[in-house]
Design a protein around this ligand. Structure first.
Ligand code: HSE
Length: 423
């Protein structure tokens, strides 16, 4: 069988994973799928570097043109990561009529318009299942399997590092900084963890997911983002007392043509399917008007889970006669300026007559209705108590305004954490 010539951009852990998978399972793929691949060139930054897998050194090059301008290479697989030069290389490959298969959520989310335009204009294939949730086939599901649905919401645990940290904070009562340091020692968190813990990684992925789900471009700059660095063991514990589990959730909803997309620490009821997604696992919970609710669960990172998605895209690209792009309307979508959900609010208040009534009065003034309240720390020397409120569904703006108006001589604000999935 004639082999399809492919080129790699990058050969770190993911690239080595793809090489290994093609080498170890390529014959079976050929038998099952009727397509075979020949890795022709691999662009690397440093030719002499030791790699995670023993790749054939004769394939390595440090010249991008060896991959991008070789007319024999039909499919370019990109796993360099980052915005540049990866975006420019992908655009150049697409402009040359090559198919691009990528895991690069940052490049796709940041340069969506340009990359998609290059694919459209040149009728080139663009495949990116691995960019969101590694091995979990969520892009294919949204694009190919759920087309009969108006998708109304997508909620996901789409960053494994933060899920690992929050799982351990919850099970051990440990502090954020201690678990992060441990995760870094174990190689589960990057030496610079910013992209994960500040929610950037999840925001890129949510921009891609929500754009495909709602058929409107949701720019990553429009995704509201809060990371997990301020999460305290006290909040995790208080949430547990209300029957809630804390997750870094990516939430996208569309109502009446208006989209909200946000990444932030979120409580979910213990009975919700997302509450039991632990450690570094990912899951995406989708609601469609015809299919109802469904959840996709699996490994969102790692060389072989990511290689699984990349090679699956490679096979799909090789078997596709005419590449198509998902239907996404021109222009950016209309983003919500406010959203409504249940709020968990913790504050430190003076232990004096009238303080609770004052706080509840402020909430009432702004139409924020209290569903339940717990007071902790009575009789302590400090003369203050912790007040923890769970609201009924309330406007985010109203909650913020009410809290902003509270007299700091009476209350010191602790945390506001949104709650999703509560009936
Ligand atoms: N760093 C990501 C995570 C994996 O922790 O899920 C790649 O997107």
């Amino acid at each position: 069988m004639e082999k399809i010539a492919i080129g790699f951009l990058g050969c770190g852990n993911i690239g080595c994973g793809v090489y290994k998978l093609l080498e170890s399972y390529g014959a079976q793929i050929e038998a099952n799928e009727g397509v075979a691949f020949d890795v022709r060139k691999i662009l690397v930054r440093s030719l002499g570097k030791k790699r995670a897998y023993d790749v054939d050194e004769r394939l390595l090059t440090d010249k991008p043109e060896d991959v991008l301008d070789d007319p024999d290479i039909a499919i370019v697989m990109e796993f360099m990561g980052g915005n540049e030069p990866a975006s420019s290389y992908m655009i150049r490959a697409l402009e040359h009529g090559k198919t691009v298969v990528t895991a690069n959520k940052m490049a796709l989310a940041s340069r969506w318009d340009e990359i998609v335009a290059a694919a459209r204009e040149h009728q080139s294939g663009l495949y990116y299942e691995a960019s969101v949730c590694g091995a979990v086939p969520i892009i294919r599901a949204i694009n190919d399997s759920l087309q009969a649905n108006r998708i109304t919401s997508v909620m996901g645990i789409i960053n494994g590092t933060t899920n690992y940290i929050l799982t351990r904070m919850s099970s051990e009562g440990a502090a954020y900084a201690d678990v992060l340091a441990d995760a870094q020692r174990l190689g589960l968190a990057e030496p610079d963890p910013t992209a994960d813990v500040e929610g950037y990684d999840a925001a890129y992925k949510l921009s891609i997911l929500s754009t495909l789900a709602f058929h409107k471009h949701v720019p990553v700059t429009s995704v509201y983002r809060e990371g997990i660095t301020n999460v305290t063991p006290l909040d995790v514990q208080c949430g547990k007392e209300f029957g809630l589990t804390l997750k870094l959730l990516a939430v996208a909803k569309e109502e009446d043509g208006v989209v909200q997309a946000r990444v932030h620490p979120t409580f979910v009821p213990n009975a919700h399917p997302l509450a039991s997604v632990n450690n570094a696992f990912n899951a995406v919970y989708v609601q469609g008007h015809a299919c109802g609710e469904m959840m996709f669960y699996g490994r969102g990172a790692g060389d072989m889970p990511t290689a699984s998605a990349l090679v699956s895209d490679l096979i799909k690209a090789a078997k596709t006669k005419r590449h198509t792009m998902p239907a996404v309307a021109a222009g950016d979508c209309v983003m919500a300026e406010d959203w409504h959900c249940v709020h968990f609010i913790r504050m430190q208040a003076k232990d004096q007559p009238g303080v609770l009534s004052y706080v509840c009065g402020k909430f009432a003034e702004h139409g924020v209705s209290i569903a339940s309240m717990v007071q902790k720390g009575e009789g302590e020397q400090s003369g203050s108590v912790q007040l923890i409120f769970l609201t009924h569904t309330a406007s985010e703006k109203a909650v913020r305004t009410a809290l902003g108006e509270m007299d700091s001589a009476m209350v010191i604000q602790g945390s506001v954490i949104r709650v999703e999935g509560k009936q």
